[in-house]
Design a protein around this ligand. Structure first.
Ligand code: AHR
Length: 506
């Protein structure tokens, strides 16, 4: 049977802009994300530029990643940036206590990360250490990166071979301070965030965008306490907030017990529970936004989700603390659903970062020695690239798609979103149903239009995935089940598929 969703899109009524930073990324010193993933060292036989893998850079440039968050995650709150500068042979090592107790040699540090961002043509998003660092240490790092002239930290940077300061806009004030970043209470961190943010200065025209640690999942109380601590309700003049955004984390998993669930071997029930978990992102964003609206009705404080994605049992034979997992069509559909949700909340959501880019959790890329595999999730980022910085065009539902009972609730198995940029509309649509087709019928009002190209990402099974032996098992293909019917654009989506359609306007 075919479920149908009908909607109206007003091509001439602009919604908010979809920040390109909603397509952000995350690279932590965790497992094989940095070492082996991004960085193999200059002496590696794997082609590299200054130790950074050429194939990884080329693949990521294709999906235009807008920002890269580093060095963690939990690692950020035990990282001391001074250990990662200067000649590699004299950099002290440390123990990465969160991620396998392995020894970190600090060969990939500040200069290597900034070189990576330059190669990727992406903005750095650096997370400072609140959990085990000091205000002074964080302030110095900002100065080291962004100050010109004769200041002590700019001199040190110059001694290490970099004359010009870098541009660094995004700055994180710790990570998960309610957990691995210090196990703090909201009240305590609320004050610390103000204090740390105060000393993270905007040097020489480098305007910092400071991002404080937000809630774990739906901990709206955390959001409320932080918002309260920076707001001044009833005051005649609003104070300028010491930080500009709050970043919550939410991972997709059929239940809290993440160690249980296999990335590739799962039942239909697990599949739908996963989708119900992914849909929760919508309620969670709505909940945080409602709290923020009470204190900041003008929406000056941004909402960020700087860790999202699926979290599965690690692949057999790999270090369980390295969080290496395969990535199937199911992961891709989780990603496309997230993007629809982020687009819907573009008026408050300013950034999101999938965890993580290479070899960890819901990765875009998996490496195996010199081999590189593009995951199904990678293809969603590529197919959705056109939404970056486009104007959101809300879908006004005339008829909602059928809902499916899952666990104690029900979910929609059809999701879609649209945006316009440079005279072209991009429509993304996801059919989550494992057996049934779905029809999306959209009346496009307010502009003449012509059907452009359409592509589909699907595979025989939701468990299908890419490997070095079969690298294109799940990869985008041209799609033809899309047509114009009078004022309507009609898309017939096969079971478990993601489709993008370009429409020329005007
Ligand atoms: O992304 C893996 C870990 O998940 C991060 O280090 C931490 O912030 C979160 O708990």
């Amino acid at each position: 049977s075919t479920s149908t969703m009908t909607a109206v899109v007003n091509a001439d009524i602009a919604g908010p802009q979809i920040s390109r930073h909603l397509y952000g990324h995350f690279a932590e010193h965790l497992g094989r994300c940095i070492y082996d993933g991004f960085y193999v060292g200059e002496d590696s036989p794997i082609p590299n530029v200054g130790g950074i893998r050429t194939d990884v850079v080329e693949a990521l440039r294709q999906i235009a990643i807008p920002n890269l968050r580093w060095p963690g995650g939990c690692f950020a709150d035990e990282y001391h940036w001074r250990d990662g500068i200067g000649p590699k042979e004299s950099r002290p090592s440390m123990v990465n206590t969160h991620w396998g107790n392995v020894v970190e040699n600090n060969h990939f540090g500040t200069h290597e990360f900034m070189a990576l961002c330059e190669l990727l043509d992406t903005e750095p998003y650096i997370v400072g250490n609140v959990g085990s660092g000091t205000v002074q240490e964080m302030a110095d790092w900002v100065e080291y990166l962004t100050r010109s002239g004769e200041a002590p930290m700019s001199r040190l940077r110059r001694q290490n071979g970099r004359d010009e300061p870098w541009k660094v806009r995004f700055w994180g004030i710790g990570n998960e301070t309610w957990g691995c970043g210090g196990n703090m209470r909201a009240e305590y961190y609320a004050d610390l965030a103000r204090q740390y943010a105060t000393y993270c200065r905007s040097h020489d025209g480098n305007e910092l965008y400071r991002i404080a640690v937000g809630a774990r999942n739906d901990d709206f109380d955390w959001t409320q306490k932080l918002m309260q601590s920076i707001s001044c309700l009833g005051c005649e003049q609003r104070r300028r907030s010491p930080y500009q955004a709050l970043a919550f984390h939410y991972y997709t998993s059929p239940s809290e017990w993440r160690k249980k669930w296999s990335a590739t071997e799962f039942s239909e029930e697990e599949y739908y529970l996963t989708m119900a978990s992914a849909w929760r992102m919508d309620e969670i964003i709505a909940g945080h936004s409602r709290v923020m609206d009470c204190y900041d009705p003008q929406r000056q404080i941004g909402l960020v989700c700087d860790e999202w994605g699926t979290w599965w049992r690690t692949e057999e034979g790999t270090n369980p603390r390295f969080l290496y997992q395969q990535n199937t069509l199911r992961d891709a559909l989780v990603a496309s659903l997230h993007f629809d949700i982020f687009h819907q909340h573009a008026d408050r959501m300013v950034m999101a970062n999938i965890a993580q880019t290479v070899n960890v959790l819901q990765a875009m890329l998996l490496t195996d020695g010199p081999e590189l595999v593009l995951t199904p999730t990678y293809h969603v980022f590529e197919m959705n690239k056109g939404h970056q910085d486009a104007v959101h065009l809300p879908l006004h539902l005339k008829q909602a798609a059928a809902r499916k009972e899952v666990g104690d609730g029900e979910i929609s198995t059809l999701s879609a979103s649209a945006s316009v940029k440079d005279g072209a509309m991009l429509l993304s649509a996801t059919n989550l149903d494992t057996t049934d087709d779905a029809r999306l019928q959209i009346e496009i009002r307010g502009a003449d239009w012509q059907l452009g190209t359409a592509r589909i990402l699907t595979a025989p099974k939701v468990q299908s995935h890419n490997t070095t032996g079969e690298p294109a098992a799940v990869s985008p293909q041209p799609f033809s089940d899309v047509r114009r019917d009078g004022v309507n654009l009609v898309v017939d989506l096969p079971a478990h598929s993601f489709v993008t359609v370009e429409v020329q306007l005007g």
